[in-house]
Write a protein of this length. Structure first.
Lengths: 658, 447
């Protein structure tokens, strides 16, 4: 069988368009989709030496196989228009898909059958004439098969009107020849071959094809394919099975690669087969993975348009006992994905100059894993074009903004436009930068100024803002916890000294019984607020009580609600059996670091004391309390005071705040 | 200073049906605690029943020592300043066994969220050993912080044995200086409201034992132990009844005789009870004098057990040897250890500490009164100086028993099982054990 009309040197070039293997393989799935298949099964042999793909599409007649499938550019002739018979927007159009696998296997075996009759109309200028049947239909079928399957008729066209009028009789089929007896003006011969019940098996010998191509032997290129035809039950449903035989060793090696040892987060570290399935899910028209998961309804609404009927019902990959139903994963619906906050979800709705797109861009508070989810996937006809992208933002941004990209994912379905030959490269791996519609979409996503703007710019800003607020909240609650721990440590140390019967414990116990008011200077100065600031990370701080969470972030109301009834906000210090209130004061630098008012059961601390300049908040609190308590509970005994102070400074309960 | 109060007065005067009482089993700060998984606050569970049934108040429980489903009780080393406790030139690593004190705050938060229980009006903290007063003190402090309005009460052995110490040095309102009359009460396992504990402790001679066994079995609890001093004091009748009840209840029920099995009580009849497949471990108390064991009784017990059908040597049998008792000699301890190993196959050293107020305590009052209470922990060997045995030598005994112990060796140390080398090594250790070299390594406790 011949490969129609192409310079062999181009064959190798075209076969190299598809890489890696999965991108080549997806062309076979695209073919099945374009053949209106609903169910596609990919079956790999145990040793990955070959892989077959079976679909329940319309199948092919031997004529379609020869005239369309194996013909460069044949795909566009196979069906007229951009839609299949079922009305699907077709994925393939360039008619080079069959060459995609050429680099990855030795041969492609195609088995198919279809009920579609083969029709051809031949204009004849002169009659009578005797035509060779094989020349007319292009493929010689065995005579027993042809019997009763071929019908011929003549028609004439009006010279002016061009109207076609059937001519009765005048054509006979005999001994492989078509006889047209009638003498008349120019006529059209219409020949129809009923292909129901005809099955074929063809083998495309890629090794031979590429060898010939290397040698540029045009004459021998005709011999790269063998086709055999047989009869089957005509009621058998149509379909196609394509087997890629003798997968190249590098393909097999990749497919049987083991999962990387240890904790694995990224798809690139999974098994070769898992990677194959993942990549297949990105570049084939399959439905989204379970959309009801995780309650991400807002996301589901954004991508629902891409979930429409123009998809395969089921794509199954089988290898031994392993079976994978291929669905398109989206990060928000993935198990274990980070929670998506409303302010970080940016719905995409774009419509301008024939380009219509819908989807979402989502930012997260942490890095997205698997890393393969990062970026915006753009789907045309249900298939992602290339890998997820940041539309060049990753090349422009630096620092925290660039880091924020690892927290962004997205999915955009092109509903119309951006699908012409001048928009997408032949392997459907990327858009052409020159495409006007692509430029419009890019502007929408990243803006067109010096700074990154657009939807991605807004998402980055929202992520960084959250990060800033979270950091401020973490710092605030961390400081509150540390302060509380310090108070607990001082309290626990006093209890320890008393309960263990140490001499200083007895002194402390006695001293705590006093009700003497020893505070004077500090009680007169203003209080100092150490705790909740008016704003946290730019948001209004709102104190509340008895909340289920310690802190609630409300970005809609621009406020941080803090549960100040929790222990970490409590300034009570329990000294053995007595509760003291720690009051923070804005004293003068020459005033004491602290005083105890036994009468009112309060401890006053001078936060303006010069020592504070050399210590962080918790250290100052510990130090001030240790010395004040030690001084006040051990009056007149320097050695014991030192002993108590050092114990108070060094004691740790070793527990958090509960 | 807390008020000392009798148990009956507390119940009569301080508690009424409107009270909600939170019972707490506090954590323990110790250097080692091999039996930690068997710590169950049986006194609190019985007290809970008493308070509920006889007083009519509501009761909750926070058990800091509760093992998880894999029978593990969490522990943490104490912070740096208290990480080691030094005594007699030795440094003992200190750990807090059980859940942190602050877990009480978590409990309070959870209750607030659920809104099912009222805030406790009283919090009662129990205490198992007086020398664990540190943890009781810290627990009292945490309770004071967590429930400032609640009346806090200290119960258990610490205030009972050392009422003055407890009332002066614990931040509680009352210390109960005697025991509650809760003998015969069934334990209230419903107090484990967040799920059944992995085991239940019974008192074999309690009239409520059968009911408790049934009650626990209905909660799918299959492991049971006994806290009695003398399990077979009645000739084994009570234990036999429980075995028969277990047969009727659940095929999976297992009994762990971890204490109170006195060798002199073992007869052909009680031996048959021990050979029962439901009895999965038996640890015999020591029998004999300070210098040597009463080996005749040990031999007779072994014969009875074999006659009763127990395969020998048995994985489930072992014998205790006291260490740390006043007047003991290192040589006699080693001799007794080997006797137990030879007669029962497995050895467990049992450190001793005198109970405050006991005759032994009074006899050595002069020496003991000089010690800080913390040193009364049996793991710190309060009689070490009196006996003239260094703590390092006691530690060597632990190491020796860990290596020789059949049960431990079978699981961890038997590198040469069944070989001639194994036999020679064991014989060699038997001979050389009398000449323990001066240790050079730092003290390390083997659990």
């Amino acid at each position: 069988m011949a490969l129609g009309g192409v310079d062999p040197s181009i064959v190798r070039e075209l076969s190299g368009v598809y890489k890696p293997f999965v991108k080549a393989f997806k062309e076979l799935v695209s073919n099945a989709f374009d053949a209106d298949a609903d169910n596609v099964v990919v079956d790999m042999t145990d040793d990955f030496s070959s892989v077959s793909i079976t679909d329940d599409g319309e199948g092919m007649t031997p004529y379609e196989f020869r005239n369309d499938f194996t013909r460069i550019g044949g795909g566009s002739r196979r069906w007229s228009g951009q839609r299949t018979r079922k009305g699907r927007p077709r994925i393939g159009s360039k008619g080079i898909g069959f060459l995609a696998m050429a680099r990855y296997c030795s041969a492609l075996v195609v088995q198919s059958h279809s009920k579609t009759p083969y029709k051809r109309t031949i204009p004849l200028e002169r009659t009578p004439i005797k035509l060779d049947l094989e020349d007319v239909v292009g493929l010689g079928l065995p005579a027993p098969l042809l019997e009763g399957r071929i019908t011929c008729s003549l028609a004439s066209r009006g010279i002016r009107s061009g109207k076609r009028t059937g001519i009765k009789g005048g054509v006979r089929l005999r001994a492989g020849k078509i006889h047209i007896d009638r003498q008349s003006r120019p006529v059209e011969l219409e020949i129809t071959v009923d292909c129901a019940g005809i099955s074929f098996e063809a083998c495309l010998d890629f090794d031979r094809l590429l060898m010939l191509a290397d040698q540029a032997d045009l004459e021998k290129l005709a011999e790269f394919a063998v086709i055999s035809i047989s009869e089957i039950d005509p009621i058998r449903p149509p379909g196609t099975r394509i087997t890629a035989q003798n997968l190249k060793s590098f393909v097999r090696r990749e497919l049987r690669a083991e999962r990387r040892k240890g904790y694995v987060r990224n798809v690139s570290s999974r098994t070769g087969l898992e990677k194959f399935v993942w990549n297949l899910s990105r570049c084939t028209p399959v439905p989204y993975a379970t959309m009801e998961a995780a309650g991400e309804n807002a996301v589901a609404e954004c991508i629902e348009a891409g979930q429409g009927g123009s998809l395969l019902s089921r794509l199954l990959v089988k290898h031994g006992l392993e079976e994978y139903v291929v669905t398109r994963p989206v990060y928000p619906f993935t198990a274990g994905s980070l929670p998506l906050h409303a302010d970080l979800l940016k719905p995409v709705t774009f419509e301008q100059d024939g380009l219509k797109a819908k989807g979402f861009v989502a930012g997260y508070e942490g890095a997205i894993f698997p890393a393969e989810y990062r970026g915006i996937a753009i789907r045309v006809r249900g298939v992602a074009i290339g890998d997820p992208t940041f539309v060049g933002a990753d090349k422009v941004l630096t620092g925290a903004q660039k880091a924020a990209l690892s927290q962004i994912t997205g999915e955009i379905n092109i509903l119309s436009g951006l699908d012409a030959v001048e928009d997408i490269n032949p392997g459907r791996e990327s858009f052409y930068d020159e495409s006007e519609q692509y430029k419009m979409l890019a502007r929408y996503l990243v803006g067109d100024g010096e700074q990154i703007g657009g939807i991605i710019g807004q998402t980055i800003a929202a992520i960084l803002r959250r990060s800033q607020v979270n950091s401020a909240v973490k710092d605030l609650t961390g400081r509150a916890s540390t302060r509380r721990r310090t108070l607990d440590d001082i309290s626990a140390a006093i209890t320890y000294m008393i309960s263990s019967g140490e001499p200083c414990g007895d002194i402390i116990r006695e001293a705590l019984k006093t009700e003497q008011k020893s505070a004077n200077g500090l009680s007169l100065v203003a209080d100092m607020e150490i705790g909740l600031p008016p704003r946290i990370g730019g948001l209004l701080a709102v104190p509340r009580s008895e909340l289920a969470e310690a802190v609630v972030l409300d970005y809609q109301m621009e406020q941080v609600i803090v549960d100040v009834s929790r222990r970490e906000w409590d300034w009570t210090l329990l000294l053995f059996n007595d509760r003291f209130r720690v009051i923070n004061k804005k004293g003068k630098s020459h005033q004491p670091i602290g005083e105890i008012d036994f009468q009112n059961r309060s401890i006053l601390l001078n936060w303006s004391h010069p020592v504070r300049n050399y210590m962080d908040e918790a250290s100052f609190l510990r130090m001030a309390l240790a010395w004040v308590v030690a001084k006040e509970v051990t009056p007149g005994n320097g050695d014991i005071m030192m002993d108590v102070a050092l114990k108070l400074l060094s004691y740790r309960s070793g527990e958090d705040n509960g | 200073m807390a008020e000392a109060i009798h148990a009956r007065d507390l119940l009569a005067k301080q508690v009424d049906p409107s009270d909600h009482i939170l019972l707490i089993n506090p954590p323990v700060e110790e250097t080692r605690y091999s039996w930690v998984r068997w710590n169950q606050p049986l006194d609190l569970l019985k007290l809970g029943q008493l308070l509920t049934k006889e007083v009519g108040c509501s009761v909750s429980l926070v058990d800091h020592m509760r093992p998880d489903s894999s029978w593990k009780v969490p522990f943490e080393f104490l912070p740096a300043a208290r990480r080691y406790y030094e005594i007699g030139g030795e440094q003992y690593p200190m750990r807090r066994f059980g859940r942190p004190y602050n877990e009480i705050h978590e409990w309070k938060k959870a209750q607030c969220r659920k809104g099912t229980l009222p805030e406790p009006t009283q919090v009662w903290i129990t205490s198992l050993c007086s020398y664990w007063f540190d943890a009781v003190g810290q627990m009292s402090r945490t309770v004071r912080e967590c429930f400032p309005a609640a009346r806090s009460v200290l119960i258990g052995n610490y205030p009972r044995l050392l009422p003055d110490h407890a009332s002066e040095r614990c931040a509680v309102d009352d210390v109960v200086i005697d025991s509650f009359a809760n003998h015969g009460q069934s334990a209230m396992y419903e107090l484990y409201s967040d799920g059944a504990p992995p085991f239940v402790a019974l008192e074999v001679h309690s009239p409520a034992a059968a009911e408790e066994l049934q009650n626990a079995a209905s909660r799918n609890i299959v492991d049971f132990t006994f806290f009695d001093e003398d399990v077979f004091a009645d000739g084994g009748d009570n234990f036999k009844r429980l075995l028969e009840l277990a047969d009727a209840l659940d095929g999976k029920i297992r009994f762990h005789l971890i204490c109170g099995v006195q060798l002199q009580r073992i007869t052909p009849i009680t031996a048959r009870l021990l050979a029962n497949k439901r009895v999965v471990e038996v640890h015999f108390e020591e029998l004999g004098g300070m210098e040597a064991l009463n080996t005749d009784v040990y031999r007779a017990v072994r014969a009875y057990l074999i006659e009763a059908g127990m395969s020998w040597p048995s994985d489930k049998v072992s014998g205790f040897v006291w260490i740390g008792r006043p007047g003991e000699r290192l040589e006699s301890l080693i001799l007794k250890s080997f006797q137990v190993l030879e007669l029962l196959g497995s050895l467990i050293l049992k450190p001793y500490s005198p109970t405050p107020g006991s005759p032994e305590f009074k006899r050595y009052n002069q020496e003991l009164s000089a010690l800080p209470l913390r040193n009364f922990s049996p793991h710190l060997f309060p009689f070490a100086e009196i006996n003239g045995i260094r703590r390092q030598e006691y530690h060597d005994l632990y190491r020796m028993s860990a290596f020789l112990n059949e049960k431990v060796r079978n699981r961890a140390f038997d590198f040469f099982n069944g070989t001639l080398g194994s036999k020679f090594l064991r014989e060699s250790l038997r001979k050389e054990a009398w000449k323990i070299e001066k240790p050079t390594s730092a003290l390390r406790i083997i659990d």
